[in-house]
Design a binder for this molecule. Structure first.
Ligand code: EPZ
Length: 423
């Protein structure tokens, strides 16, 4: 397994451009299944999860061709409606194919995604609301089997679930009649998916609000389109915090800073010196003080940036209180940060961080995507060598990470000890 070796402390400089958002591209890729005409997606990020989703689409009969930075998907003839366990177990986001398959084929067999490191992550909101739209759902041998014609209806989400909003939105695009979904999640990736679907010929209103109204259309009304997803706001916020953690002057570009407004507000409240442009943010060395963070659905502080800001708060003068309110087990980075010298106490869903300690390098283990991002930030600030093992977690959400870090001044190399030992 690959590992990253980082020699710190690092001083970052220059600018780094983030890739298209993983969490926008994954539902958009599933949305390709709705369209009998070609879909051209521009600048898909080179991430493991994106490759996995493309493999799933090909298993369903989608033909994929690549030409420079444009990937073309031909979903004119879907030959299967089954997403197998072998594939789904490697990527939970495979569940996003459920909605579009039900819309297009009135039939789907998708392996139940297992839990993951950060929590049980049930899909009850997806399933109960698909049933309200006319699906008959049975759970057999670890698979969700769904069949039935999608019919527009009035849905109210018990919780503003990102994935449930996206799955139901896609199921409604080709449903008979009108679907209203209340208490939708508001994440920018949902707005991006809705814009993509409307460009394809869907009829979605209320985009960016908690109530989406979708007038079902015939699949023959959908059209060929080209689309590029939004920049990755979580990748961007990771580099923003890396700049502050290393007291560097760094510009992060290629995303919409409005998408991380709440994070920026908190960082400025802590004393960060940040210049916000239309599609970039520039950080200057700043003296930061402790902070209280409560993760919440958008536009609140994103759970996907919780581990990263925890790494930052370890390094600053003053104490911080960070509460995780979305997932039940999203503190896997705490024991690893402690190996680098952090002083963190976990109590229930909250952590008390004693700031002002210097990290020293050590071997650490990546456990999940955003926990690994926190370890990167810590490694950049640590004195000495940090080896981050199981870096495949990072490769799921951070495209071209090694080169991006190197381009802003980091002494980093990727190793594969097993391969090296066999030489
Ligand atoms: C999406 O996951 C993101 N993944 C996650 O990013 C992100 O952390 C999460 O939204 C919250 O913002 C993708 O977009 C691919 P949810 P999702 O449904 O859709 C509970 C990353 O690091 N819930 O909003 O699974 C659930 O258990 C990943 O890029 C139910 O109880 O998130 C959780 O506690 C990690 N029943 C909460 O809601 C359901 O049917 C939020 O989940 C669905 C969800």
């Amino acid at each position: 397994m690959d590992q990253l070796v980082i020699n710190g402390p690092s001083k970052l400089s220059g600018s780094v451009k983030v890739s298209s958002a993983k969490n926008a591209c994954l539902p958009i890729l599933a949305g390709v299944l709705l369209n009998p005409k070609p879909t051209h997606l521009k600048n898909l990020p080179d991430l493991r999860d994106i490759r996995t989703m493309c493999k799933l689409l090909e298993m369903l009969g989608v033909k994929i061709t690549k030409n420079d930075n444009i990937t073309t998907f031909d979903a004119s003839d879907l030959t299967s409606t089954e997403a197998t366990y072998e594939l789904v177990k490697t990527m939970r986001a495979s569940i996003f194919v459920l909605g579009p398959l039900m819309a297009r084929k009135s039939n789907a067999k998708v392996s139940l995604p297992g839990g993951c490191a950060i929590g049980a992550r049930p899909i009850d909101l997806h399933l109960t609301n698909l049933e309200k739209m006319g699906a008959t759902i049975t759970l057999e041998e670890g698979y969700v089997k769904a069949e039935g014609r999608m019919t527009g209806t009035h849905l109210v989400l018990a919780f503003p679930s990102v994935g449930a909003t996206e799955n139901l939105l896609m199921a409604a695009v080709l449903a008979d009649g009108k679907t209203t979904i209340e208490n939708c999640a508001l994440e920018p990736e949902i707005t991006d998916l809705a814009n993509f679907l409307n460009k394809m010929g869907a009829r979605i209103e209320g985009i960016g609000t908690k109530t989406l109204v979708i007038e079902g259309v015939m699949e023959s009304e959908l059209c060929e389109l080209e689309y590029e997803a939004i920049g990755d706001r979580i990748e961007a916020s990771t580099y923003v915090m890396a700049a502050l953690a290393t007291q560097s002057t760094l510009t992060v570009e290629g995303f919409n800073p409005e998408h991380i407004e709440f994070i920026t507000e908190k960082l400025i409240e802590m004393g960060a010196n940040i210049k916000v442009g239309p599609d970039y943010m520039t950080m200057e060395p700043s003296t930061l003080k402790g902070v209280k963070i409560d993760t919440a659905p958008y536009p609140g502080f994103p759970t996907d940036a919780q581990a990263q800001i925890m790494a930052l708060t370890c390094l600053i003068d003053g104490n911080s209180l960070i509460s995780e309110n979305i997932f039940e087990n999203r503190f896997m980075h705490v024991p690893e940060l402690k190996r680098l010298g952090a002083r963190i106490t976990v109590k229930g869903n909250s952590t008390f961080v004693e700031g002002g300690f210097q990290f020293t390098g050590a071997p650490v283990m990546a456990t999940d995507l955003r926990a690994s991002a926190a370890l990167i930030i810590a490694a950049l600030a640590a004195k000495g060598t940090t080896t981050i093992r199981r870096v495949y977690h990072l490769d799921r959400g951070y495209a071209d990470l090694d080169n991006k870090l190197r381009s802003i001044g980091v002494d980093v190399k990727r190793e594969n000890p097993e391969l090296e030992n066999n030489k």
